[in-house]
Design a binder for this molecule. Structure first.
Ligand code: PRP
Length: 183
């Protein structure tokens, strides 16, 4: 089925079908690793919520879910590396296998700090799965263990990703028209 393209979208980068197919593959890989480990699978709100929902439904491993809401200090389009926890995990992750689910890694500052913070709680393991990775933009020394798509440095929205809180509900990942954020 042809996707209906939103008027603010320059072009679709990843279709719903492409995303679903890659998530299925990634979930199968993760099931091999986590089958007998009852991991705590962590959704980093808000951008990851759509990816998280699809990923966990493609996995068959026994798991527990938890949610964390963080925000980086400062305004602008890049994160600063200082994190504020808006909502912390409810699970005690000491000795647990933890899988962080992210929508995008850009500068890497958010995950670098988050990983350090969570490692202080002594989990048995702490891995990251991301839907999108923009390695060109990396500032902090962090690499996700599992990546669905490596993408170019474009302003992407949809499938959970926003611009000024809009477009998260688009079923695909699209490139936002410059006119939308330059006006
Ligand atoms: C996005 C994304 C990552 C972070 C990546 O979150 O979900 O957490 O930015 O950027 P970085 O690698 O440069 O640190 P955002 O702060 O936009 O919040 P949201 O998920 O609620 O949209």
């Amino acid at each position: 089925m042809k996707e209906q393209i939103h008027a603010d979208v320059e072009r679709i980068m990843l279709t719903d079908q492409e995303i679903q197919a890659r998530i299925k593959e990634t979930a199968e890989r993760l099931d091999v690793i986590y089958k007998d480990r009852n991991p705590v699978v962590v959704c980093i709100l808000k951008g990851s919520v759509v990816f998280f929902a699809d990923l966990i439904r493609n996995m068959t491993s026994r798991m527990e879910l938890d949610f964390m809401s963080i925000s980086s200090y400062g305004a602008g389009t890049t994160s600063s590396g200082e994190l504020r926890i808006i909502q912390d995990l409810r699970t005690d992750i000491q000795g647990r296998d933890v899988l962080i689910v992210e929508d995008i890694i850009d500068s890497g500052n958010t995950l670098y700090v988050l990983k350090k913070m969570l490692n202080e709680r002594n989990p048995a393991s702490l891995n990251i799965v991301t839907l999108l990775d923009k390695p060109e933009r990396r500032v902090a020394p962090i690499e996700p263990e599992y990546t669905c798509f490596v993408i170019e440095d474009e302003f992407v929205i949809g499938y959970g990703l926003d611009y000024a809180e809009r477009y998260r509900n688009l079923p695909y990942v699209g490139i936002l028209k410059r006119t939308v954020y330059e006006k």
